[in-house]
Design a binder for this molecule. Structure first.
Ligand SMILES: [Zn+2]
Length: 126
């Protein structure tokens, strides 16, 4: 439950930040004609705002990983919550999974050993 909330926040966070920056852009564009100093100030606030934005994004991912690993160890999917986790090992070195990963049979989402979402490579049939 707690992991689901953290995951939803992490998934929605980039779009919320994008919306804030889009709003700042529209405000700055309007300010160019009325108060040019305000537009310049918004540019600096936007650039300096990247530091806390990236810090929060990294912290959210770091906070979510142990919660996702706990779910994976129980066999529950961190994305859909179904008890359908299957461990996949070998032939995943190229995907950056370190040789092992988890795969949900219900929703098809792949998870790395660290608990992060990942795209599993398609099985080769050659
Ligand atoms: Zn799933």
């Amino acid at each position: 439950m707690f992991h689901t909330v953290v995951r939803q926040i992490r998934v929605a966070y980039p779009m919320v930040v994008f919306g804030c920056y889009l709003l700042a852009f529209v405000t700055a564009f309007a300010m160019v004609f009325m108060l040019p100093v305000g537009a310049l100030l918004l540019v600096f606030v936007g650039l300096m705002g990247l530091i806390p934005v990236v810090t929060v994004a990294v912290a959210l991912r770091a906070f979510e990983r142990p919660l996702a690993r706990a779910k994976l160890q129980r066999g529950d999917c961190p994305a859909c919550g179904e008890h359908a986790i299957e461990s996949v090992s070998g032939a995943l070195e190229s995907a950056g999974a370190g040789g092992a990963a988890h795969f949900c049979r219900a929703c098809g989402t792949g998870f790395s050993q660290r608990g992060e979402d990942m795209v599993l490579p398609e099985p080769t049939t050659l």
